[in-house]
Design a protein around this ligand. Sequence first.
Ligand code: NDP
Length: 281
Amino acid sequence: MGRLDGKTVVVTGASSGIGLAIAKLLGAEGGNIVLNGRQRENMDAAAKEIEAAGGKAVVQPGDVTEEKVVIGLVDTAVETFGALDVMVNNAGYNPFDPVINGGVYAKWKETLDVNVLALALGCREAVRVMQGKGGHIVNITSVAARSAEPDDPMYAASKHAAGALTESLRLALEGKNIRMTAIMPGAVATNLVRSMPEEQLFALGRMLGVDPEEAGIKPGEHLPQEMLDRVATMGKAFVMSPEDIAQAVLFAVTMPESAHVNEIMMRPSQPLQMPGMNLPA
Ligand code: NDP
């Protein structure tokens, strides 16, 4: 018997990294999972894995910065499985942009659209169907919700906003049987770094012992599995795994009724240092 048997969960950003790990773990615990991201491949594989273990999963690709996509995710959960119990607003983008000195406006906009507005939409839509029934909304923010990031100010601004939204809605929903949890991770080995400037991304690859050209590292695209595997084996103390964060989500959503986990902040055992780059810590 799983800890989420019969519960329905929507996970945004489930095609990669933390969201993919959350979808798999909550699916393995018996949850009916609706997976959203833009690239289908990993989600189809995860859905197969969940179904092979006796669970249920629906893959619904789409861009969460489009209002109708987020509305559609929640409607699909209710139409397919009868209710929405857990909404995980996880999709995120890191611009690695300095704002000053050549900062790119389009990247700032994408950051706020994905990390703040899509998350707010996810909350609004989840509450629409949870009202009167209860439920749990989990927002993946970041340690950057609590720190200033001189190399990445718009990311920090977006995560502060996401944190403020989560806490404000938690208060607004108090006593209504809808819980809100903010999970604030530090460095996790995922594809988030794909939007780093090429020079930094390649330097990260080299630091991990991966030749950027041979391995086929391409800025903006999912990283070669070899690079993520290297982080997992070489950098364990410096970088958490997506599965670590998934465990925190499972913990929050399976607490007894008497306890409401508002926030979880988690960091790697040792801070990650990268020459020439201040990373969120
Ligand atoms: P990944 O890049 O591995 O995953 C990000 C996910 O978000 C992908 O599934 C991606 O989809 C999806 N996504 C991005 N933009 C959109 C969009 N417009 N519409 C739909 N899906 C979208 O990074 P992480 O797993 O690391 O990131 C997950 C969350 O964790 C983010 O909110 C991030 O800010 C947060 N976080 C990450 C940390 C880290 O060190 N990695 C630390 C703290 C917080 P696709 O790939 O299909 O385009």
